[in-house]
Write a protein that binds this ligand. Structure first.
Ligand code: 5GP
Length: 187
């Protein structure tokens, strides 16, 4: 359920309170900034975007449509390493890669990089399959939580400290991915 207090939106979900942190307008600005950088870097390439389901589908839809003069392909992969509010430390390939990545410049599109385990393992997977280059675009990045240096995203919408966030593709046990803003859990 969404409540409005002094124009700031709040959410109650499964007994936790969340405050709006990034508005749709702020998100759009971040997406434009990331799209601009990628457009400049990949103008003369034909990258393959690998969108990490489920969380990155909203960011990917906005980001890919904001690119300028980038001829590209898009494919999807589904992995799981998180339940509730904490990481399990295990990466499971639920929907494996359907596309040949051999000799391709790959850009992984992720919703959030936390410990970096997901990206660390995905990068190794894609390099093992023969990708020429593998970069990462993530809507959010928690630098304080990063445990794998090679998982630091190349393109970041917004940095965040350690808080748990929901909305704009990010879920809470499968729900609230469809929120148009990003909400931070209230301590
Ligand atoms: P990592 O492998 O970097 O530790 O975790 C990455 C994945 O964990 C993300 O793709 C996302 O699904 C999940 N995750 C990490 N932090 C958060 C968070 O604050 N909120 C939500 N909803 N998911 C998160």
């Amino acid at each position: 359920m969404i409540f409005f207090f002094n124009s700031m939106r709040t959410i109650d979900e499964q007994g936790y309170h969340f405050d709006e942190w990034l508005t749709p307008k702020e998100i759009a600005k971040d997406v434009q900034q990331v799209a601009k950088q990628i457009s400049a870097d990949y103008a003369d390439k034909e990258p393959l975007f690998v969108v990490v389901l489920n969380g990155a589908f909203v960011f990917a839809a906005d980001l890919l449509r904001a690119l300028e003069n980038v001829r590209c392909e898009v494919t999807f992969i589904r992995v799981s390493s998180y339940w509730g509010m904490s990481s399990t430390g295990q990466l499971e390939f639920i929907v494996p890669l359907q596309q040949v990545v051999d000799n391709r410049d790959v850009v992984i599109v992720e919703d959030i990089v936390d410990t970096g385990l997901t990206i660390h393992q995905l990068k190794a997977h894609l390099r093992g399959l023969g990708a020429t280059s593998v970069r990462v675009a993530s809507m959010l990045f928690k630098p304080n939580k990063l445990e794998y240096e090679d998982a630091k995203p190349d393109y970041v919408g917004h940095e965040i400290t350690d808080e748990f966030v929901i909305g704009y593709g990010l879920d809470f046990d499968g729900f609230v991915r469809n929120l148009d803003a990003i909400y931070k859990v209230k301590e």
